[in-house]
Design a protein around this ligand. Structure first.
Ligand SMILES: Cc1cc2nc3c(=O)[nH]c(=O)nc-3n(C[C@H](O)[C@H](O)[C@H](O)COP(=O)(O)O)c2cc1C
Length: 194
């Protein structure tokens, strides 16, 4: 397979969009700076949407989850994606905002509703259960068997505005690494040592 192209912002956008639409979940590690213990904290999420014009992406979560509190306290956090087939690591430094049930207008609401529509019945049930991380009561999960069609209050999207992309291809004879930084309305790109 030819080496993946990561030298331009256009190439990165194409690569991410094609991965997102491939039918396989685009899983990423989200690192936040303000974890509960006082340090950083990381967990996996699935990228649900990508706006390649604005360079924003989003994942869904429970508004009561710790990551939402982390992002509210320190909105800059990194998503790290490993594209196994292409042997590419993409690190996306983002500024995050949370869209909850009060996102009643415009593009944000449309994204929020569309994301809910794409969740399976199984995934929807989780949002109607007890708070994430809460101890089981009587040894059982408090998750209802069905949920209605409307998104519940707990359903939220975390939308990240990408500020910097650091892409690394593991290749032969050598690795390649490019950093793309948002500057004003454009992007500045440079090749750096892997
Ligand atoms: C592959 C994978 C994908 C996941 N995707 C999500 C996701 O999109 N949103 C989410 O809130 N949690 C997702 N989770 C669960 C989180 O990693 C995490 O365990 C949970 O949200 C609690 O995290 P927190 O306490 O840091 O908020 C995923 C877990 C795995 C293993």
């Amino acid at each position: 397979m030819p080496q993946a192209k990561i030298s331009s912002i256009a190439a990165i956008k194409r690569m991410l969009e094609s991965e997102r639409l491939s039918g396989r979940p685009l899983a990423a590690a989200l690192a936040t700076a303000a974890g509960r213990g006082g340090g950083a904290s990381a967990r996996m999420v699935v990228v649900r949407g990508l706006d390649t014009q604005l360079m924003e992406l989003w994942f869904s979560t429970d508004v009561r989850s710790a990551k939402v509190a982390d992002l509210a306290a320190a909105p800059q956090g990194e998503l790290c994606i490993w594209l196994h087939r292409l042997r590419v690591q993409v690190r996306l430094r983002c500024r995050w905002r949370i869209i909850g049930s009060s996102a009643s207008r415009g593009r944000d609401r449309a994204r929020w509703l569309a994301a809910w529509g794409e969740h399976s019945p199984h995934a929807r049930r989780l949002f109607a259960g007890a708070m994430p991380g809460k101890s089981y009561a009587n040894g059982r999960a408090a998750i209802p068997t069905t949920v209605g069609g409307e998104p519940p209050e707990s359903f939220a999207l975390c939308v990240g505005r990408v500020l910097q992309i650091d892409a690394l291809v593991l290749g032969r004879p050598q690795h390649q690494r490019h950093v793309h930084q948002r500057v004003g309305r454009g992007w500045q790109s440079r090749r750096v040592n892997p």
